[in-house]
Design a binder for this molecule. Structure first.
Ligand code: GLU
Length: 506
């Protein structure tokens, strides 16, 4: 078989906000497609109308766009294989289910809910698993047990029915998973899954296979929770005669809770204090779940962090831009075991990308926090403050609150510094030093630093004992950005004013 052009899909069901596990699935699909010069599709799997949640589809679109992994084909993007939403493809699935019935690989089942309950109860009473399968189906009402005439009669009079797949008993099903190697199941572990529901609509299994086939998907890259469905899918490919173009499978490991105990769930995020959704989500009941974007994460950081949850490169490199990931990613390097979520690591990534951000990017990130006071010394001054403080924070949103003193007299003064350092001759020395800077016009950081050395030498002091009080009178803080850079930015006149204020206060 000649190699087909790579086509992969991310196929979420719009049942709520997209969990970061789903985002990672989308990312790995995206990386794989781009690396292979292929196409990344977004297919909305909304066959289960009962679970439909308004806004979820738009949420998926926005999340992918924010993270920079826009689909090549999809509901919004269009494409030659559309429609890309299953609810708009509903008329095409039934024919495949019928085809399977005609070939003897599926059957009509007419059982009522009561009859099904009865069967389950009977099986359970005999300690058998309550499955509709190759054994139990023979005592049920279906086209395998009823006469041909009766089946025809029932169909004619419009009796309700569903179509189930007819699995063979004790048949070995093998397939190769790109991450896990050979996977072997026995058909007796499975049940005769419903393919077409009473209302004529397909179940997930049928719609998923039919669409993957018609959309010429070459690789199915999805979460581990779908591994138990894979043997059924493999059988469907063979029953439908599509074996030769069956996609390759890759089942991704779970993302685990930080302590490694179980899957990271939708509820864990706000319980453990970190987002599990890319964007903030407001449920129809008005409940808000936090998002990475609103919590101040940069998309580059989220992409990098998610890429490393389950995949590792050949060397120990941890920092990757999207383009670097596209080059380095490989399914073989995706691990089989779950990846623990690590919040400190997430912050570490964000800090890294914050350090790389330009001041105007930072400016955009804090735009919603900016008030008049931040602009009182002009736009350029604001940009410089953002620049000088970014190394001190994990999130852009923490910069302005941390840097209050760049815009006004400190709101608070660190008590410890006052108690330990602001005593004896220190206030006098600080005043003399600052007066000296003023009279000698030393306003550059390097000049201020040099002059402090000169002053300390003259006074036979160690300059160390002046530095912290100097920072403190100006910022109120015990620590902060490089002191002379901070002083240069705040400016001599303002420093002088703050020295007086501190002397008066303390
Ligand atoms: N609609 C399924 C989901 O919500 C798709 C699973 C698959 O990729 O086959 O995850």
């Amino acid at each position: 078989m000649s190699e087909r052009p790579v086509r992969v899909r991310f196929a979420p069901s719009p049942t709520g906000p997209l969990h970061i596990g789903g985002v990672r699935t989308a990312l790995y699909n995206y990386l794989f497609a781009k690396q292979n010069g292929g196409k990344f599709l977004l297919r909305i799997e909304d066959t289960d109308q009962k679970r439909f949640v308004p806004g979820a589809e738009e949420y998926i679109n926005q999340s992918l766009a924010w993270l920079g992994m826009s689909p090549d084909e999809g509901v919004k993007e269009g494409g030659e294989y559309g429609p890309y939403k299953q609810s708009e493809r509903m008329d095409q699935y039934a024919a495949y289910a019928e085809q399977l019935v005609q070939n003897g690989n599926a059957y009509y089942a007419f059982d009522t809910p009561e009859e099904l309950d009865e069967m389950r109860a009977k099986l359970e009473a005999n300690s058998m698993s309550a499955k509709y399968d190759s054994t139990s189906r023979m005592s049920m009402k279906n086209s395998l047990t009823l006469s041909e005439d009766e089946v025809k009669e029932r169909l004619k009079r419009g009796d309700k029915y569903i179509i189930r797949i007819k699995l063979q008993r004790n048949e070995e099903i093998r397939f190769h998973d790109e991450i896990r190697g050979w996977i072997v199941f026995n058909s007796s572990q499975l049940d005769d899954k419903v393919l077409l529901k009473e209302d004529g609509l397909p179940t997930y299994h049928l719609a998923n296979i039919v669409d993957d086939h018609l959309m010429e998907i070459t690789h199915v890259i999805r979460g581990e929770e779908w591994l138990p469905s894979a043997p059924l899918h493999v059988i469907l490919y063979s029953y439908l005669g599509w074996e030769s173009t069956m996609p390759k499978f890759a089942h991704l490991p779970l993302i685990l809770k930080p302590d490694g105990k179980g899957k990271l769930s939708k509820r864990d995020g706000d319980r453990l204090g970190f987002p599990v959704f890319p964007l903030e989500w407001k449920s129809t009941e008005g409940e808000i779940s936090s998002g990475y974007r609103e919590s101040g994460y940069m998309p580059e950081a989220v992409v990098n962090m998610l890429a490393m949850l389950g995949w590792h490169p050949t060397d120990n490199q941890e920092l990757f831009t999207m383009n670097e990931l596209i080059n380095a990613f490989s399914l073989e390097k995706v691990s089989k075991s779950g990846a623990k979520f690590d919040m400190d690591k997430a912050k570490w990534y964000n800090h890294h990308y914050l350090m790389k951000a330009s001041s105007s990017q930072l400016r955009n990130m804090v735009d919603h926090q900016i008030s008049e006071v931040h602009l009182s010394r002009g736009e350029h001054y604001l940009l410089q403050v953002l620049e000088i403080l970014k190394e001190k924070v994990s999130f852009a949103g923490d910069i302005l609150p941390l840097g209050q003193y760049f815009f006004d007299v400190p709101e608070t003064y660190d008590e410890n510094v006052k108690r330990k350092k602001w005593k004896d001759e220190i206030p006098m020395h600080i005043t003399n030093y600052v007066d000296g800077l003023l009279s000698e016009h030393k306003s550059k950081a390097s000049e201020m630093e040099e002059y402090l050395q000169t002053y300390a030498d003259d006074q036979r002091l160690s300059k160390g004992i002046l530095m912290q009080p100097l920072r403190w009178v100006v910022s109120g803080q015990a620590g902060g950005p490089p002191i002379f850079q901070m002083l240069e930015l705040i400016g001599l006149e303002e420093i002088r004013r703050r020295v007086d204020i501190a002397k008066e206060k303390f």
